[in-house]
Each structure stands twice: as C-alpha cells, then as structure tokens.
Write a protein that binds this ligand. Sequence first.
Ligand code: SF4
Length: 248
Amino acid sequence: MKLAVKKTPVKKAAAKKPAAKNGAKKTAKSRRNPLAPERICALLDLLAKAYPNAECALRHSNPWELLVATVLSAQCTDARVNMVTPALFRKFPTPTDFAHAPLAEIEEQIRSTGFYHNKAKSLNGAARKLTAEFAGTVPQTMDELLTLPGVARKTANVVLGVAFGKAVGVVVDTHVLRLSMRLELTQASQPILVEKDLMKTIPQDHWIAFSHELIHHGRQICIARKPRCSDCSLEPLCYSSDKTWSTH
Ligand code: SF4
C-alpha cells in the first residue's frame, strides 16, 4: 500500500547577499572622495552648463539698493522683495532718505517681507552709518561692510560679488547651505563654516557664479523637501541620502 505523504511548503531562506560583492561596494564607497579636484571640476562644468546666465534675482539699480534688497530677503522670497522695493525706493531714493525716515514709515513699506521691525531698524541704522562715516557710499571691503547694522557675511558677499564683482567670500544662503551638504562639499551646517569649506574647495574665480548657480539649482531642481533628482544634471555625481531617484 502506498502511503500518502503530505508535503509541507518549505520556506525558502532569504537569499544572502554575496559577501565579497558587498564588501567591494563598501570599499569603493569609502574610497570615493567628494572633494577630489576632478569631481569639483565636473560639478562646476555641469552647473555652468545648466545655468549659463545665472545672476542675482534681486532687482536693484545701485549697490545701496542691492544692500537693502538683500537685507529684506532674509526669511523672504526674492519675488516678494522685488514686489516691495520699487515703491520703497521711490519713497526713499537715497541712503540719506533712509537715514532720516521715521522707522514706522520704513516698516509700513516693508511689512510684507516679514521681520519688518528688525529689518527697518537695520536699514535705518545702515543708512545712518553710511551717511555719517562713508559719505553715503556703500564701502567695498568686507571689514567695512560688516560694520553696518544688519549686514552679515551673506549680505556683504552679495554686495561685493554682484555690485562690485569682488570675490571675497562665497554667498551662503539657505539653498547654498542645503546643496553644499547634499553634494558633500561640507560636513558643517553653520553658514560661516560652510563658507570656509567652500572657499577651500571651490576655485576663487568661480565663487560668484557658483553661488548664483547653486541658488538657481536649489530653487528649480534640488528642492528642499522633494528634490527632482530624475531631472538633475548633477545626479551622476550626487550620493545624497535625500535622493528621490538614482542611477547608482
Ligand atoms: S541628484 Fe537630487 S539630491 Fe542630488 S543634487 Fe540633484 S536634485 Fe539634489
């Protein structure tokens, strides 16, 4: 008599990843140098190709207006600042006008850019200092710019780079900060330290263009919450853990 044997399904053991291959991948990854000159060169080339005409989006017609617009752009979009500045500069055309303006009147003009109490105080203070100590002219050195109320390195770098064509440092705004970290150009998270790292890694003759390009890339492609990696020309060089799509 033939006995019926009941077959019980056997659960297959999870396939083990080949140890050698895994190890090799890890070693290759640990050997990758994000600051290698050839990678930096390739990044700069790709950025320049993607944003050949990248420039400052803040509308201005002289260094003072650029300084004002940059102060207003803190925690605010450039588009919003560009909506506010035409009327502001009509009402207060020169640093002297800003210096003599009652704070409440400046506040009223810039209210929609946010933090308007502090921003009005900074603009009034900067205008007073400018008229009292710099003959009403925006100075062209980092040290002098940093003496103006409300002006820190970011604003000073924007004014020096855009208005005077001087590459004294690298503009580190929210986009440059985020992208520098994603692209492993720095391990720091404080703007001042990120700027120091970028100044070591990026050739000085690229400092001005580099920050404009990165800002454009951060606005259009490498968005904070959901980067558009499948549309990103830097993707082959990017190993960020934030990637939403990857070829490697
Ligand atoms: S691949 Fe993605 S995360 Fe990397 S730079 Fe491009 S958009 Fe940003």
